[in-house]
Design a protein around this ligand. Sequence first.
Ligand code: NAP
Length: 247
Amino acid sequence: MNLENQTCVVTGSSRGIGRGIATDLGEHGANVVVNYRSSEAEAAAVVEEIRESGGDAIAAQADVAKADEVQAMCDEVNDEFGNVDVLVNNAGITIDKKFDKMTREDWDTVMNVNLGGVFNCTDVFYDDLKRADHGRLINISSVVGQQGNIGQANYATTKSGLFGFTRTLALELAHTGATANCVAPGFVETDMLEEVPERVQEKILRQIPLDRFATVEDIAGIVRFVASEESSYMTGQVLGVNGGMEW
Ligand code: NAP
């Protein structure tokens, strides 16, 4: 699964799963765009790590919820690397509250990043993906979009929303040879999981047949496969990477 000469944009890749995806793609020869919102030093460290492993990378600041910042990032990326081959819509946030405590602002903030950000980024790179030899749109969803989860009505809605979006884009892109797929991780050891209270983490762990949380590497390897030429005949799919959880 060689990604040499492939330019890959990974949104929200200064930390967590995005960071794991970006470094893995870079190690396999890709030119990687390390997008971040505010973690500038962390993004610079990811760029450094990729360059040391033999790949090329740039850091690109943009809040994915802001269309003007995403357009500026797109211009910068096209100037630096030309056409984009792979877009990984990974950036995502949570604001967890049971529904009776959730405000309209909590709802809108999560929608604007997790779905609005996917719209903005796909919008600016769409023509690139159509022009690429084998364009790849990869949306990072979640098992929570499949199961629902107490305290995550806003987040779960955004993650389910990606299924309809991905399936539709798969159909609309099919004539170009580009594919669109979702990777739906289970629970992964990142800052996002750290925010979940320990007693809830223990409860979740009991539902995972493989009896451990995922590492970012578990997710990155699957994303690399989806990004590669080897996955050319797979489109419109949801790949569950969740240790065998039921949904
Ligand atoms: P994380 O550790 O909290 O990292 C989030 C990343 O997204 C950071 O790099 C952050 O950059 C960036 N980000 C947040 N808001 C952004 C915005 N508006 N614009 C641009 N970048 C933004 O999260 P994670 O756990 O790695 O999750 C990554 C993705 O996987 C999310 O879509 C999440 O829903 C999904 N996921 C996570 C899990 C899990 O258990 N962790 C499970 C299933 C799915 P800054 O630091 O610069 O803000």
